[in-house]
Design a protein around this ligand. Structure first.
Ligand code: C5P
Length: 228
């Protein structure tokens, strides 16, 4: 399989309500350019022939085109997002015409601007031989499980992993999985694949620097990592 059968959907249609600024976090400046441009460049630099589909809220198209002009940046093909992350991914994957034979579709959060070549290749290499791959990192905080009666119990954090993106899947399987009706538990693409019955999901080491920009101070942390 060549890189020409590899697709990457970058979802950036969220409003980022936890970030608390009028400008959604994916357009905020990080080391001189918008967060989203770092994300796209990270994928492009790691895999030159990957076909990228960028999902934006339609109301941000003009803003994005202005930013691209200002930074002399070539935008990937655009698709419009939906009310949930699931709907945003679905809009993009429905529009991708997969080739015959094996293809890989990756899905990456636009709000994760630090995606390294090493991480991407770890994910793609593993995705060649299984239904899906997700990068994970150990949890460093202690964990408790909440009950509906308001009590909580400690749980063994060694049994848990925090899940990152990019996640990579067999293209046809992911496209089929996205035909299922929406469920609240669909917080990422692996959860959609699991609901469709795909169990052959490989966990690979994620990267602690591959943070998702969520709060304003995350931009300062991301800037430190980028300068490293
Ligand atoms: O909200 P959260 O940070 O978990 O979103 C993860 C990614 O999904 C972000 O890059 C966000 O822009 C994207 N998203 C989307 N469409 C939505 C909600 C989130 O593309 N409706």
């Amino acid at each position: 399989m060549t890189e020409s059968s590899i697709y990457c959907i970058i979802v950036a249609a969220g409003s980022g309500s936890r970030f608390g600024s009028e400008l959604p976090k994916q357009f905020c400046e990080l080391n001189g350019i918008p967060v989203l441009m770092h994300t796209i460049e990270g994928i492009r630099n790691a895999c030159h022939n990957v076909k990228i589909v960028l999902v934006l809220n339609r109301s941000h198209y003009d803003l994005w085109h202005d930013l691209c002009n200002r930074h002399n940046f070539r935008s990937p093909e655009l698709r419009s997002g939906g009310a949930t992350r699931w709907e945003s991914v679905k809009n993009a994957i429905d529009a991708i015409e997969l080739p015959e034979g094996k293809s890989i579709v990756m899905v990456h959060d636009g709000a994760r601007p630090i995606v390294t070549r090493r991480l991407l290749h770890r994910i793609i290499d593993a995705a060649m031989t299984c239904d899906g791959v997700i990068p994970v990192i150990p949890v460093s905080d202690s964990l408790r499980m909440l009950s509906t009666d308001g009590t909580s119990v400690p749980v063994d954090r060694g049994m848990f992993r925090a899940v990152q993106t990019p996640q990579a899947f067999d293209g046809k399987m992911l496209k089929d999985a996205y035909r299922l009706p929406y469920r609240d538990t669909f917080t990422d693409d692996a959860s959609v694949m699991a609901a469709a019955g795909h169990r052959d999901i490989t966990l690979v080491d994620g990267d602690p620097c591959n943070i998702k920009i969520t709060l304003p101070d995350d931009l300062k942390i991301a800037s430190l990592y980028l300068n490293k």
